[in-house]
Design a protein around this ligand. Sequence first.
Ligand code: GRF
Length: 212
Amino acid sequence: MPEGPLRLVVFISGGGSTLENIIQRIDDGRLTNTRIVLVVSSRSNVRGVEIARTADLPLAIIRKQDYADEAAFSSTLTAAVDAVHADLVVLAGFLCFWRLPAHWQGRVLNIHPALLPRFGGRGMYGQHVHEAVLATGERDSGCTVHLADNEYDHGPTVAQAHVPVEPDDTPETLAARVAAAERELYPHVIQQIAVNGLGWLDPYRAALCADS
Ligand code: GRF
């Protein structure tokens, strides 16, 4: 059992529905022993920023275009999470690339709205994912929580939830079904870590090292 609450940083770029869900779960007591110590947004005028402000959470807006290159942007992200002594970072609709330094590898999670390793990678976000799933006639979709590494939507799978693809689905109806599964899966994984400590991730970290 970890000593204090899990110090969580949430990275966003847009709507912030994932952030909103995590905040709600902490507030209603379904996600315990967890404290959001920082929200990082790669965009300034998005709903996710309003959600962070309304919840009175510490917020850093770190925009890629304000830095000379990816390395400078990534170093700023790293400095921000280091400064708040974070235990875990969750990517929550974060659309930029954070090149992870060694000390953050194994402590960054991402959630993707499909069953990785299929339907992931650069450009595979939002409705693009669900359009691709429908175009290939899949009968099964879902969401994946995985450890992030230095490739888009790549790294050991920590948990997956499946949802059916219905014959009359549109990208919107499928997206809604997957989003409902995400609202359960991400807090569930965070709760495991909050209760059992970061060591709960060790088996997946081992896979991360084997892979790199
Ligand atoms: C979800 O599809 C999630 O899988 C992906 O970002 C979307 C949520 O964005 N990582 P947001 O939390 O509403 O900004």
